[in-house]
Design a protein around this ligand. Structure first.
Ligand code: EPZ
Length: 425
């Protein structure tokens, strides 16, 4: 298993190009199951979760063809669609559950494994009850046997008025995708409004779906017979953008971050300004300069969009380890998402967690290199940033977590001045 070895402290300088969003590409890819015609996607990030989703689509009978530079992918139908989403593929990725709805919507049947994904909630796991209960309202019947969801519907799914009891990004995407070919009208309310959900509705609309956002969290969908093959470019990755913004702020660095619309991360940029970063926003790019001294900040709370994203919680925690004073972060989405805390403590962080709230005793001299271990995707990125700011050598193991969602992370970091190398074993 590969490890990263980072010699710090390093200062980041230069330019970085943001990749396509993994969390936007995954539901868009799942929704290609609804199509008869070919879909061409641009700006897909080359990361492991995307490979997994493409393998899943192939196992369901789709034909996947890459352009020479691997930047464009065409997804078309083979003559033999399949309905079995196997454990061996779906176990590694939460978004595997997103094929369930489109399979039932298109073919009226599916046998899908329970999904895997990052462990973010300790023993509470990551339930799929909202996916199942809302699909049931559209007319899907299911039974759970041997770890598989055996689902079917009598004829097409039927449009309904459905209100989500709590907000879920994945279940919102699942239901939107599944309503597009349903008969009649659906009114879906209580939806997540993350930019990745909007990117999905933009994609489906371009393909002929009749979707209209009629309220902040409400969509009206009128079922159509079929979707037309289109070419679409996936949005930039806001979590990768946030990660590089923190890298600059943390290291007193200066970065020009390209290929991302700053309007989509206003909450994050506001916090970075509060801790002292100087930020210049322009069309599709952000210029960010880290401060001499990072100010502490109280009461960061993770929330649904447009609130502060849970995926950046571990990454901002590293920044606050280096702040001048005490900061707090409350985790409201995944209450157990604190696996990185123990590892940051190995580097000298003083963090105490109680009732899903972290109290961070910042120290401008934070960070002495140590051996640490990744526990999940975003925690891995947080440990890399901590290694970059720490004195001496930090070795990070289990970096396969990171490869699920950051395209060419080490290459991009090396280009902006980080002393990072990959070693095997
Ligand atoms: C998406 O996960 C993202 N994953 C996550 O990013 C992200 O952390 C999360 O949204 C929140 O923003 C992808 O887009 C592939 P949720 P998702 O359903 O859809 C509870 C990353 O690092 N819930 O919005 O799984 C759930 O337990 C990943 O890139 C139910 O109770 O998140 C959580 O507390 C990690 N029942 C809350 O809702 C359900 O059926 C929000 O989860 C579904 C969710």
């Amino acid at each position: 298993m590969d490890k990263f070895v980072i010699k710090g402290p390093c200062k980041v300088r230069g330019q970085v190009l943001i990749s396509g969003s993994k969390n936007s590409a995954l539901p868009i890819l799942a929704s290609t199951l609804l199509f008869d015609e070919t879909v061409t996607l641009e700006n897909l990030p080359q990361v492991r979760d995307i490979d997994t989703m493409l393998n899943l689509l192939k196992s369901l009978g789709k034909i996947v063809q890459f352009s020479k530079n691997k930047k464009i992918v065409k997804i078309s139908n083979s003559k033999r669609p399949k309905y079995f989403a196997s454990y061996s593929i779906v176990k590694t990725m939460r978004a595997g559950i997103l094929v369930l709805g489109p399979l039932v919507a298109k073919y009226q049947k599916s046998i899908s494994s329970f999904p895997g994904g990052c462990i973010l909630n300790g023993n509470s796991g990551r339930p799929i009850d909202l996916h199942l209960s809302t699909l049931k309202k559209l007319g899907m019947k299911y039974e759970i046997k041997n770890g598989y969801i055996h689902a079917s519907s009598k004829g097409k799914l039927k449009g309904r008025s459905i209100k989500f009891p709590t907000i879920s990004v994945g279940a919102s995407q699942q239901l939107i995708i599944s309503s597009v070919l349903a008969t009649g009208k659906s009114l879906l309310s209580g939806l997540a409004t993350e930019p990745e959900v909007k990117d999905l509705t933009n994609f489906l609309k371009k393909a002929g779906a009749k979707i209209k956002w009629v309220g902040k969290r409400t969509c009206r969908i009128i079922g159509v017979e079929k979707l037309k093959g289109i070419r679409y470019s996936v949005m930039g990755d806001r979590i990768e953008t946030g990660t590089f913004c923190v890298a600059a702020t943390l290291t007193k660095g200066r970065l020009l971050i390209k290929n991302f619309d700053p309007k989509l991360i206003q909450t994050e940029l506001k916090i970075l300004k509060k801790v002292g970063a100087k930020i210049k926003e322009s069309k599709n790019q952000i210029l960010i300069q880290g401060p001499k001294k990072i100010k502490n900040i109280k009461n960061i709370v993770t929330k649904e969009y447009e609130g502060f994203p849970t995926d950046l919680q571990p990454i901002f925690m590293v920044l606050l380890c280096k702040a001048d004073g005490i900061s707090t972060i409350s985790e409201k989405i995944f209450k157990g998402r604190f696996m990185h805390v123990m590892e940051l403590q190995r580097l000298g962080a003083k963090i105490f967690v109680k009732n899903a709230k972290a109290l961070i005793y910042g120290d401008p001299n934070f960070g002495i290199g140590a051996e640490v271990m990744s526990s999940d995707l975003r925690a891995s990125a947080a440990l890399v940033l901590a290694g970059i700011t720490s004195k001496g050598v930090t070795t990070i193991s289990r970096i396969y977590h990171l490869e699920r969602g950051y395209e060419q992370f080490e290459q991009k970091l090396r280009k902006i001045g980080v002393n990072i190398k990959r070693v095997s074993g």
